[in-house]
Design a binder for this molecule. Structure first.
Ligand code: SF4
Length: 325
């Protein structure tokens, strides 16, 4: 079986109460998401802020508890695993956070930061750990390594910090890496090289990756698949070229029209963004959640939620325009 990760009807709801006596309300951050990720493949998970993409990523890593649904990793049900099994799962997965400044302990040297996961998991002799740390830093191109190992995070640049975060995420050779907006806090000048580094390491080590971003412009050369998330749902998913050349869902089309066009003649078309605001996830719109913003809205869209259907091979969408049933 070539499937690494399988997510089935996953829901992640957060309870909020105005006060202890008030009726609980639920923020339905992820509300019925299903998909599979094959070994060695990568997904770009794209959506506006508040779409639930970060919650989905963190729940797959089991940093958040799922409310309902199932997560399978190599066919093993990891939805409700206990503390002991979670430590096994932590070794199989790596996490590259958005904010390298907050992700690295300021009082540890780079060497110690990279040694930490190896010590926690009782891996190797001191010499073997040293070899692994040197190799990890070489892979993320922090060379000569001896210039970096004794430094503290504040002594290096933001781009170099994110390379350390990547080295730490990959040092245990995880099978799955989740990178959550890994370049959005970095200078524009280093974003592309950090993304290319991540992609090259993913391919070299045949890892699977979920790259979470709000920026469709960065995904073209990056992943095998693009998934579009809106208001807690996956509204469209397809192979990268297919999705970019043949978008189906009105929300995907709106997102694509918001990508800056490199041709200056077309610049007037640029700044179109999907009109309106993402919905409130405590009380999302009835029917299709995109209906208040959709230029093609029909009566049925307001009343009934569309099912996700496979319109052509490996191209799914969740929209009444394609659901003739
Ligand atoms: Fe628009 Fe209706 Fe499709 Fe929703 S289901 S995206 S409202 S056409």
């Amino acid at each position: 079986n070539n499937v690494l990760l399988k997510v089935e009807n996953l829901k992640v709801w957060f309870e909020i109460r105005k006060n202890i006596l008030a009726k609980p309300l639920y923020v339905k951050a992820v509300d019925g998401v299903s998909f599979e990720l094959k070994k060695g493949e990568s997904i770009s998970l794209v959506g506006e802020s508040g779409s639930g993409k970060t919650t989905l990523g963190r729940t797959i890593l089991r940093l958040y508890e799922p409310t309902d649904g199932k997560i399978f990793f190599e066919e093993k049900d990891i939805t409700n695993i206990d503390y002991k099994e979670l430590s096994w799962y932590r070794k199989e997965t790596g996490f590259v956070q958005q904010d390298p400044f907050g992700a690295l302990a300021p009082h540890f040297t780079i060497y110690r930061i990279l040694e930490e996961p190896l010590l926690i998991n009782k891996i190797g002799t001191p010499q073997e750990r040293k070899d692994m740390i040197f190799k990890a830093l070489e892979e993320v191109k922090l060379t000569p390594v001896t210039d970096f190992i004794g430094k503290y995070p504040h002594m290096i640049s933001g781009g170099q910090m994110q390379r350390v975060v990547i080295a730490r995420a990959l040092i245990m050779r995880p099978k799955l890496v989740i990178a959550d907006e890994p370049v959005s806090m970095l200078d524009a000048s280093v974003r592309i090289e950090i993304l290319e580094l991540l992609r090259d390491l993913q391919e070299k080590h045949h890892m699977s990756m979920i790259y979470i971003t709000h920026d469709l412009a960065t995904v073209r050369a990056f992943s095998n698949w693009i998934f579009i998330m809106y208001a807690g749902n996956l509204v469209e998913r397809a192979k990268t070229d297919e999705l970019l050349n043949n978008p189906l869902h009105p929300y995907t089309k709106a997102l694509l029209s918001a990508i800056p066009d490199p041709d200056p003649q077309n610049r007037f078309k640029l700044r179109e963004v999907p009109p309106g605001e993402p919905p409130n996830l405590i009380n999302p719109p009835t029917g299709c959640r995109f209906h208040p913003r959709c230029p093609h809205v029909m009566n049925i869209c307001k009343e009934k939620e569309p099912e996700e259907i496979e319109v052509s091979k490996d191209h799914w969408t969740k929209c009444w325009l394609y659901n003739k049933g």
